[in-house]
Design a binder for this molecule. Structure first.
Ligand SMILES: Cc1cc2nc3c(=O)[nH]c(=O)nc-3n(C[C@H](O)[C@H](O)[C@H](O)COP(=O)(O)OP(=O)(O)OC[C@H]3O[C@@H](n4cnc5c(N)ncnc54)[C@H](O)[C@@H]3O)c2cc1C
Ligand SMILES: NC(=O)c1ccc[n+]([C@@H]2O[C@H](COP(=O)([O-])OP(=O)(O)OC[C@H]3O[C@@H](n4cnc5c(N)ncnc54)[C@H](OP(=O)(O)O)[C@@H]3O)[C@@H](O)[C@H]2O)c1
Length: 585
């Protein structure tokens, strides 16, 4: 008789939780997934109201900042009919199709809050965990554990999200502000700001996108950027989605920081003068805030949004800045200053008080006797979070299923130190893990044995090997090799992705349009060039001045006549017809 399947409690049914659930199903584990929300999808599930929400808001104009080929699972491609950047609704639809495809619905329990996770009494021996749940309509602050449902699981995967609470900076005078104060955590509609004077505080994605959205209706929008930012569009040069511009050859080059800076500065400065406009940051992009927005440069150039620096004080309805300027008569302030995490239900310390985490690949807490608890999606990153989360979940499930063993504590500790350093170098401070996402995705895949190695691919499909190294990152690449790979299917998705992304949007169509105007212009240029070279030949071959003089004279007078086109006297009434070009003899 086969041994009973190992049980896993997956906490959360957002994109990380669904990835974990899928991997448990695929790797022969017995999962149970709890989410306190009334639907799956985590923050992509748009709520009616965000007042008591457990996930930050998504607003009507929001679309993903990575292409659909990086907003999907590696083994379940996006809908070919979907656009390159998808809306929360399209992503929700994708998740629901994935649930059906992998038959995961029967494992998901909604409206259920995980109240406590703690070691089972025999944990030291078995590695098991006790999980306490309660219906979500019970007030979480007053829940009595003895009235909760208690279950014991062999393993736990925590996927409860990184963005849990709004973070407000401590601004003197804010409490006495007469207008409205809100946070991107609850921003779901620009209509509240119709004809208002609005100050948006922050210097990353939410600030850039929300300021642009508000500016459509507000009388005037101001943006307090602090130390500034680099604003890149979603579509890079040639119309390629921005994530298609990150290749392994760049990420694993000898100086990836240099390449990153070059790319971001080229795209950011190609759209707007960052310093003339006042949005620029003095540090290079690898160590400063970078935002994604297609609208912001135009809104700033059009005066709808005015950038400011460090907000230091609010007095009445005025905002004061370190640089010495003041904005008066403000109606509203929206803080887009980030979030704080919360895993208070977990009876295990997974980070220090300063936010530093000691978790191998940000998933496995160090120095545990049993690797029966993993955390997925618990960090900020510039990479596609779905793919990062799926890679972590795949590794976690393989460890829990017993098909993969983690390295020694010493090796794991060295890796933790490396990623902590890489992360803090980019965004120092409490809870600001800015994991270099693309490199991190590969690092997890290397540990799990599903890294798409150039040399291994070269033997099977040299073109694909070339694309995988010099072309864009794509989720499906992680199904090309290693455990759980699906060579034919993944290869096909990769080729479709390359084709669609690299010939993306209008760019390809423009090339295909017949351009007789370009052909005409080229013909004229060639004729002129030929004429000029014959003329130079004539002079150079020493033709007698008697022969060339009339031609030179004619050219000279023609030149003088042409310059008269722009001369003001040309337009005077008293000019005789012979003043006009063309009547020169
Ligand atoms: C506005 C916004 C836009 C973003 N856009 C992008 C983007 O375009 N591309 C990208 O890659 N990333 C983006 N991100 C990053 C984003 O965080 C991730 O893409 C992703 O949503 C994280 O998924 P998750 O499942 O880890 O967390 P969440 O989506 O937060 O899901 C966590 C789930 O856990 C549940 N949960 C929490 N606690 C408990 C509990 N105690 N008991 C039971 N259930 C619980 C919650 O209800 C929730 O459903 C965006 C983030 C924000 C805030
Ligand atoms: N798909 C989309 O279009 C979209 C839209 C929005 C958000 N997102 C995602 O959501 C996540 C969170 O993004 P976010 O922008 O909300 O939060 P964030 O990345 O945490 O950024 C918040 C920023 O606010 C800055 N800040 C803090 N106090 C400030 C002050 N007093 N003045 C000026 N700036 C201040 C912080 O600067 P310091 O670092 O210097 O403290 C930080 O850079 C990201 O993963 C992003 O990808 C995606």
């Amino acid at each position: 008789m086969a041994p009973p399947k190992k049980t896993v409690c997956v906490i959360g049914a957002g994109e990380s939780g669904l990835a974990a659930l899928k991997e448990c199903v695929l790797q022969g584990l017995e999962p149970t997934c709890y989410d306190l929300d009334s639907d799956i999808g985590g923050l992509w599930h748009r709520k009616e109201s965000y007042e008591h929400s457990n996930t930050p808001a998504v607003w009507p104009s929001l679309v993903t900042n990575n292409s659909k080929y990086n907003m999907c699972f590696s083994d379940f491609p996006p809908d070919p009919r979907d656009p390159m950047f998808i809306s929360p609704e399209q992503l929700m639809d994708y998740f629901k199709r994935a649930i059906k495809h992998f038959d995961m619905g029967k494992y998901i329990y909604l409206n259920t809050r995980v109240v406590k996770v703690r070691e089972a009494p025999d944990h030291n021996l078995t590695g098991k965990w006790e999980v306490y749940t309660s219906p979500n309509d019970v007030d979480s602050a007053t829940i009595d554990l003895s009235r909760c449902r208690k279950e014991t699981f062999d393993n736990v995967i925590v996927c409860s999200g990184w963005f849990k609470r709004p973070y407000y900076p401590d601004i003197p005078g804010l409490k006495d502000f007469k207008g409205s104060i809100s946070h991107s955590f609850t921003y779901s509609d620009s209509r509240h700001f119709d004809k208002k004077k609005v100050l948006v505080v922050g210097n990353r994605f939410s600030a850039a996108e929300i300021a642009s959205d508000v500016a459509n209706l507000a009388e005037q929008t101001f943006l307090a950027l602090g130390k500034g930012t680099w604003i890149v569009p979603r579509l890079f040069r040639g119309g390629t989605p921005l994530d298609y511009n990150f290749s392994r050859s760049m990420v694993w080059s000898t100086d990836p920081e240099f390449d990153f800076n070059e790319l971001v500065m080229r795209e950011a400065c190609g759209k707007m003068d960052h310093f003339g406009s006042g949005v620029g940051c003095k540090e290079n992009p690898a160590s400063s805030p970078v935002s994604i927005s297609d609208d912001l440069p135009v809104k700033i150039a059009g005066g709808k949004i005015k950038p400011y620096g460090h907000l230091i004080e609010i007095k009445g309805n005025s905002a004061m800045f370190q640089e010495g300027n003041t904005i008066q008569n403000l109606d509203a302030v929206i803080f887009c200053t980030g979030y704080r995490s919360d895993v208070s239900f977990l009876d295990l310390k997974i980070h220090d008080d300063d936010g530093k985490m000691d978790m191998y690949l940000m998933a496995f807490p160090l120095n545990r006797k049993h690797n029966t608890l993993a955390v997925v999606g618990y960090y900020g990153s510039d990479g596609p979070m779905v793919v990062l989360g799926e890679n972590q979940a795949r590794l976690a499930a393989s460890v829990m299923a017993g098909s993969h063993s983690l390295p020694s504590q010493e090796v794991m500790a060295r890796s933790v130190e490396f990623w902590n350093k890489a992360s803090y170098a980019r965004r120092p401070g409490f809870h600001k893990y800015g994991i270099p996402g693309f490199a991190f995705m590969d690092a997890i895949a290397l540990e799990g044995g599903f890294y798409p190695s150039f040399w291994k691919l070269l033997l099977r499909d040299p073109t694909l090997a070339w694309y995988t190294w010099y072309g864009p990152y794509m989720a499906a690449q992680y199904r090309l090799l290693g455990p759980g790979s699906q060579w034919e299917k993944a290869r096909e998705v990769c080729y479709i992705g390359y084709k669609e992304g690299l010939q993306c949007i209008r760019h390809a169509e423009k090339k295909m349009v017949d351009r007789p105007d370009i052909r005409r212009r080229r013909k004229t240029r060639i004729v002129r060039l030929l004429g000029l070279s014959v003329f130079m030949q004539c002079i150079g071959s020493g033709l007698s001045p008697e022969l060339t003089a009339p031609y030179i004279k004619r050219l000279k007078s023609q030149f003088l006549a042409e310059t008269q086109i722009l001369h003001p006297t040309r337009f005077k009434e008293e000019n005789s017809p012979s003043d006009f070009p063309g009547s020169v003899n």
